[in-house]
Design a protein around this ligand. Structure first.
Ligand code: NAD
Length: 469
């Protein structure tokens, strides 16, 4: 199946490339993965040794460092990592993050290992990357992906630092770190928050929503989410809390829960923490059928688990008018053809889930500057706004209430700046791909538009570098 994923990425690339006038050789260079490091290493698990299969792929070094998450899953293989690394290049270009694309994968199911064993595997994997020069703040910077989190990033950082004596920017070797370990506020929620900003912008376009038979605006939209992990849970939570969307269904590997009146996501997160599953959440109906989530009555479907989830087998029965690709590659090529014929609006992965790498970029900048965002200007701004308030009070001879004064004079914390930078990035990126989609006659979908947007930027880099005439 992963094999299919890489084929789909290449098919989508070719579809867009045919609509550009870049030379063939340049397009081929952009299409292929530059460096593929396949490794096997032994790790002691209890009384025996296991030989672990792992990868790091750098798709394009037209900008450096390269960047991309590390996935822990027993479905990892070389083609999957190559597909994900390719998407990273295009993703970074779309959101103007100045990195090349990369991705890592370790073929394990993390549920089968203890925390200590996972730490050993992570540290050994990092050692392999160090040995071959596949990690470093100016070379290649990993981040979390499916099956990994800030915990693994802290282990990677610690291992890297052990061998990077005197390297002043060493903490920039990995992003998605815990905030206390040189991470940045807002990274954990970043991909889900980016999904929300991108989706909100798309549904705010009156003309596009009318074409789909929907009212503009996110409020009241019925949403179903597949995968209640990092990306899925934050997408659902933020869409509900900040957008007043109604989350009617959540699908996990052990079942789908449904309530047409809406599911309280904050309560569901607590319930899952307590019980280890979403199954049995009060007020919801449990549907065991694996495909049920695709067939539920809703306006927006958010696949946020893995690739190849929407296929020719289930695409026809989808009722949603919008599919928001929070996961990478959730729709197969055949599935996509069916959906486009049905007039479904697909918000492509390489745009919609780019919030993670965007905030990773902010974290990397923070690491290189050795200072948190907001430290220099927060108090200065608060004092300035306070002075303005005093002047207004003097000139109008009226007192401004303390609550209102506090809101107006607040200086930005790091989290405010991160969210603001992310919101700006997602909105700008959406309009750049929508602009291509609307302007260019032969561009029939947003994915092709996103590819063209990315391709043009990467091609310009190669041309500017003098690699191609
Ligand atoms: P995660 O491991 O935190 O969560 C994934 C969830 O999906 C898990 O709860 C898992 O049980 C569930 N799941 C797996 N298979 C399923 C199935 N068949 N049906 C229903 N649920 C299933 O992973 P994540 O970081 O949230 O990543 C999810 C997707 O988002 C991946 O495609 C990843 O590449 C992509 N992504 C992640 C990030 C990030 O910052 N973490 C950034 C960009 C893209």
């Amino acid at each position: 199946m992963a094999h299919k994923f890489y084929e789909t990425v290449k098919r989508n690339f070719d579809k867009a490339a045919a609509l550009t006038d870049h030379p063939k050789g340049l397009l081929l260079q952009i299409r292929e993965c530059n460096s593929v490091y396949q490794m096997r290493f032994p790790v002691r698990i209890g009384k025996r040794y296991e030989v672990i299969e792992a990868y790091r792929v750098q798709h394009s070094q037209h900008r450096q460092p390269t960047k991309g998450g590390i996935r822990y899953s027993d479905m990892v293989d070389q083609e999957e990592v190559m597909a994900l690394a390719s998407l990273m290049t295009f993703k970074c270009a779309i959101v103007d993050v100045p990195f090349g694309g990369a991705k890592g994968g370790v073929k394990i199911n993390p549920r089968n290992y203890t925390e200590d064993q996972l730490q050993n595997i992570t540290r050994r994997y990092t050692m392999e990357l160090i040995k071959k020069g596949f990690i470093g703040p100016s070379v290649d910077v990993p981040a979390p992906d499916y099956g990994t989190s800030s915990r693994e990033m802290a282990w990677i950082l610690d291992t890297y630092q052990t061998f990077a004596r005197g390297e002043i920017d060493a903490v920039g070797c990995v992003t998605g770190k815990p905030v206390s370990q040189n991470g940045i506020s807002g990274r954990t929620e970043a991909t889900g928050r980016g999904v929300y900003y991108g989706l909100r912008e798309a549904v705010n376009q009156k003309e596009d929503m009318e074409a789909l038979g929907l009212e503009p605006g996110i409020a009241g939209k019925r949403i179903v989410v597949q995968g209640f992990g990092n990306v899925g849970s934050f997408s659902a939570q933020i869409a509900q809390e900040e957008g007043d969307a109604i989350i009617v269904g959540i699908a996990e590997y052990d079942g789908t829960i449904y309530n047409p009146q809406g599911i309280n996501i904050n309560k569901l997160i607590k319930y899952r923490k307590r019980t280890g599953s979403i199954v049995g959440f009060p007020g919801t109906k449990l549907i065991k059928d694996k495909n049920a989530w695709t067939e539920l009555e809703c306006d927006i479907l958010i696949p946020a688990a893995l690739e190849n989830q929407i296929t020719k087998q289930n695409a026809r029965k989808i009722k949603a008018r919008i599919i928001a690709e929070a996961a990478n590659g959730p729709i197969t090529a055949e599935g996509e053809d069916i959906l486009l014929k049905k007039g479904v609006l697909i918000l492509p992965d390489m745009f919609l889930n780019a919030g993670g790498v965007t905030v990773s970029y902010f974290e990397w900048l923070k690491n290189l500057s050795h200072m948190r965002f907001g430290r220099m200007e927060k108090r200065f701004n608060e004092n300035t706004y306070g002075n303005i308030m005093n002047a207004v009070e003097r000139l109008t001879d009226r007192k401004i209430g303390i609550k209102e004064r506090n809101v107006i004079t607040r200086g930005a914390e790091e989290i405010d700046l991160v969210r603001s930078g992310l919101e700006e990035t997602m909105i700008t990126a959406y309009h750049s791909i929508r602009g291509i989609y609307k302007r260019r006659k032969k561009v029939e979908d947003l994915r092709t538009a996103a590819f063209i947007c990315a391709l043009d930027k990467v091609a310009n880099d190669y041309i500017a570098l003098g690699v191609f005439p």
